[in-house]
Design a protein around this ligand. Sequence first.
Ligand code: PLP
Length: 492
Amino acid sequence: MNYISTRGTGAPVSAAQAIKQGLASDGGLFVPETLPALSETDISALCKMSYPERAARILSLFLTDYTEEELLNDCHAAYGNSSFVGGTAPLVSTRAPIEIMELWHGPTAAFKDMALQIMPRLLSRALKKTGEERTALILVATSGDTGKAALEGYRDIPQIKMIVFYPVDGVSRVQKLQMATQLGENLKVCAIRGNFDDAQNGVKEIFGNKEIAEKLNEKGYFLSSANSINWGRLAPQIVYYVSAYCDLINSGKRALGEPFNVCVPTGNFGNIFAAYLAKRMGLPIRKMICASNSNNILTDFLSTGVYDRNRHFYLTMSPSMDILISSNLERLLWFVAGPKKTASYMKQLRETGRYAVEPEILAAIRRDFAGYFADEAATAATIREYWEKDGYLSDPHTAVALHAAGQYLAETGDRLPLVVDSTASPYKFANNVYRAVFGCDPSGDLEALDELAARTGVEIPYPLAGLASRTVRFRDVCERTEMPKVVLNFAK
Ligand SMILES: *Cc1c(COP(=O)(O)O)cnc(C)c1O
């Protein structure tokens, strides 16, 4: 299976090449030329497998230049019990018909681990498969969780170096500390003055700069990405939607072929787009509910067809969704509107910060997606309500989704099982969760972890325990304009 650009130019490439390259040569995103089908027989077989086996089987449909044995080895290494201590993507029943899918039992307590525990292994094989001798220099712009998950995933992987940029005031103190204390000799972490979009645009500009590419090439490096635009990030996310369906079948909540809905707290549109791909492959997902925080650009887009980033940017308690350019939406547009229109929308977005899709395109998108959002008050109220009524402690991102799910259920009366993605441990955002539940402040951001655990009795996940006593290794803060210099210096 080959991969082509959403903007319609350039030759098709193999999966290994797409993963190695990150962005397509015309600035578009890689999409598979065709989608493999998932039949009821396939799903039935997947139901009998463990998570790593399900992952290997599904990835093998997309990464046809990798052997099943390679994928099975990598999936066992990535998703085994030793790193996913509480299960890989367990479903937790709360209020019917909601099933919470916890995607945060990995080594950084956030859902990015689902992709980033496997992606470095895929890239490492991709370098060999494409005969690459240079070192891959990976640039990551993060609003918090990606950075730590990428650092943990790529730590001390040979032939790969990585720099993570994050907005200095756009991540929680726990996230900051998680990144600043990261171990690994091939890694660098740098804060920048600006918001997440500044960091992301800075990285995109470096990717588009030929002069920097040449200088790096002379030093034996080439640039690659680990952001959610990389196909190697996206493909592994398809797996847990299929896996959730298998679990619903195994627990008797669905019979084979019966539909279900999903609700996803959304920022870059990667996680929810993976659900769309699963649906296009044949998984019986009926509706995908796109949940946003106060940065509700996607809610507006799904209701009006206008994507307009000329708006106020909010810093919220769900910082991983504080995004005004949802990069992966480009892939959905490609599927629905084709490459010509997609290239034109993206050009308008670059030039004016806005584009409008035609009514028939919007109608097609709305057949599959519904959009809702939760502002800060609704997010906090949802955290508190789920704790008080259901004894379920949710992080703010998950709470945004639970609120959206509640709105959808109230508006539609839809009773299909609704899988709501839980994307972070509540302890990753313990201060805000504490405030929401108890209506007062903890003694401090870090102290909040122990204080929340003491008052709720909910266990702190292993990656977050003892954080305060680890050694800080990275303290740099730079201007956005200095990012190219940071990159070139690190490649020495
Ligand atoms: C990244 C992230 C999201 C958003 O996922 P996208 O794939 O960017 O839409 C939601 N919640 C958490 C905790 C995240 O880290």
